[in-house]
Write a new protein. Sequence first.
Length: 246
Amino acid sequence: MKSLNLDWRFVLARPRNPLNIGAAARAMANFGFREMVVVAPYTPVWQETRSAVGAEEIVTSARAVETLVEGIGDASVVVGTTAGSRRNLDRDLIPLPDFPAWLRQRHATGCVALLFGSEKTGLSNEHMSYCHALVRIPTAVDCPSMNLGQAVAVCAYELSRAGLVPTRPLRPTVHLSEPAGAQSIEHLFERAARVLDQVGYLKPKSRRTTLLKLRRQLLDLELSNYDAKALGGMLAQIEWKILNGK
């Protein structure tokens, strides 16, 4: 079986319960995962979590950011977690036991961001538009959703069991042929959106839906750093021509 050398980033989107954040951190530590990012946490909850007596090292070193783009950062693969019910997901839905095989088939490298939604609503459609795929924990039909801390624990266990715990102390140098990170893709997306706005392609009623599809299409292209740089340069030139009327 091919071995993967990956960095992992567990991203919690809009958590509301300090106990759940603590439980998620303990679960990560139990199975050898270290990097946690919390997106738009409810301020009193975050303060309570950070100041708790005996707070886990992972929580005290966790980063709190305002947006999901900041949270996923340089991740080359972004995967969301979902119960997979009552929604048109429009993404590959991978049973958790099949997730390691999916990563190997994809030849994943670098950092993988694993997203967890809030306790109340899960991941939004906007959040899911950043994901290359979605992972579903096989649960009972009459009780599909899991507590945030439990979901993190089950995912961390499955990844550990598959031998995907991070082992390298430093990330390698980024080469042009490596997969483009999430931030590079988002910069490309934002420039493409500006160009489409400038040429009148985006219509007010369908703008949001069109942009969600555009982001997903960029992800599906599986661009390398070189591809993203080249496309970004093309779009920059097109934008310059539009703005200068030439």
